[in-house]
Ligand binder design. Sequence first.
Ligand SMILES: [Zn+2]
Ligand SMILES: [Zn+2]
Length: 318
Amino acid sequence: MIERYRGQRVAVATLHGKAEALAPALGPLGLMLEAVPLDTDALGTFAGDVERPGSAREVVVEKARRGMAMSGCALGIATEGSFGPDPLLGFLPRHEELLAFVDDVHGQVIVIEHFGHDTNWVSKPIAPGEDLMARLEPLLAAVGLPTHAALVKPNRWLPSAPRAETATAAETDAGAGTGTAPRATDPVPAVRMPVAKGLSTAAAVLDAVERMAAASADGLARVEADLRAHMNPTRLRVIASLGEALRDRLATPCPDCGVPGFGRIHVDAGLPCELCGTPTDLVRAEVHGCSACACRVTQPRGDGRTTADAGHCPECNP
Ligand SMILES: [Zn+2]
Ligand SMILES: [Zn+2]
């Protein structure tokens, strides 16, 4: 079944070195990964200067399809990361990464998810001036310089009152138009927020903090981890592990139609309490399915557990 993909080209939509991270897992299947230099900034940026136009799941499939359209491949891969404080454990950073495999040969879309706390995500406002380097040091350690990069942006950006004159040309490449000088009577154009990305030295961060604070409505800069894959080896490791998960999926053919890619598509909650049998929030069963046909197989939990600890029970431990 693996032979189905031998020698097939697959477009990997990225500017950021993801194809190299995926190749060790997917190359042995015979897939020929082609990095397609697709600028996906229009589908959202981590810096927040462009918002994501849909859910992560919609956007990751759209990215894969754009890469396929650009390269003429019938197969496409893209990944989409989301970062921020964990909504339940507010103090912990959380990383969600989706990998989409779009397969127009067999008519299937496989989306594989990763959730984890192993990320250098951090976002803090900082004032320029006195002792800046000393105040920056713990932040730069959290980002993980120099193996990981930082980005700096204005803490408060008001697009209707642009103060972007302190930004370099590259930082406002999608900003206001070029060539024609604005007349005094023109409405103030919305200017894209300047963002200094890929900063891997303390000196570069220090310089950017001074400039972005000057462009900010509140006089503060915001320092964050640069989450783009080629600037973030921690994220690249997650992308590599998603490649391994996709490899395992593609090694499993559907028992009904034979298309490769059979695997877990969702989980059913409701593992019964060990004392009273009430359904809990814990996983009861895994549903494995095919993305090309309607075949579904419900399997018990992988670890063999059939009851939940009473501590998880809404009746015994409300
Ligand atoms: Zn119970
Ligand atoms: Zn099937």
